[in-house]
Design a protein around this ligand. Sequence first.
Ligand SMILES: [Zn+2]
Length: 303
Amino acid sequence: MLLLILLLFSAAAHGQAAARSVGRPASPGKNSWTVRWEPAKLVNGAPVLFRVRPAARLKSLSARWLGHPVYFDYDQPSKTWYGLAGVSLETRPGDYPLELEGAAPRGGRVRFQRRVAVRRMRYPAISLTVAQKYVAPDPEILARVEQEKALKQEVFARSAPEREWAGKFAAPVEAAISDQFGTQRKFNGVLQSSHQGLDYGAPAGTPVAATNRGTVLLARDLFYEGNCVVVDHGQGLLTLYLHLSEIKVKEGERVRRGQELGLSGASGRATGPHLHVAVRWQGVYLNPATLLRLRLPSGAGGK
Ligand SMILES: [Zn+2]
């Protein structure tokens, strides 16, 4: 009996937050918040969609998650606030707090915290062979690589403060996946890095489409990436399209979901024709396959 009382007290103290991963039905009552997330089982390297139903009406909602800001928008049909975030590949398994802060309609701030479990994902290791210049670049090429590194940092930091994406993210090509995100990659026998994108085995010349609405931040030839297009979806969320044989958009151009960005190819450090697509969120690379599966509200977006 005492245990039951303690349990009830504990549930009340935690606002009866319910999560999909626990499989408990949501029971939004008075003074209770509901926090859900998708995918239900969170791993390192995954994007995550948080859905929050606060205890009372709010004007706005934001959160802190793993040291990053998360921006929420209100979805009228489901009466929930939703925000897109992610877990870096390097994040260790554990329970991490989602620290929510909302603005009440009549002023004042309300806060709520929910701990969210992150599990460990073990990614496989593979070996690849590429031209030696991509493994041991000569000084001239190294200078180019350094210059492009600085350019990318500068470009990545230019993400718009407002959200530009709206609704589901769509696959950039119709082709089978040839390499998953997160694979530990050895180039010519040397462990280089983990695979920070998703590869589609698209033949050269396949049209490559924008996964969502955004603005072209970068559209040019880089040493490793080859012909590369970077689309900004706002609030630090970018998608990158690498190794293109041809680029069909200009820097600064607004694009809609499904708009052709270029043609797939094998430019840059590629073992053969394919499309490498990457998702970068506030400086961390996330699994594009998971982002494509998220059931994102089709809300008007922008604000
Ligand atoms: Zn790739």
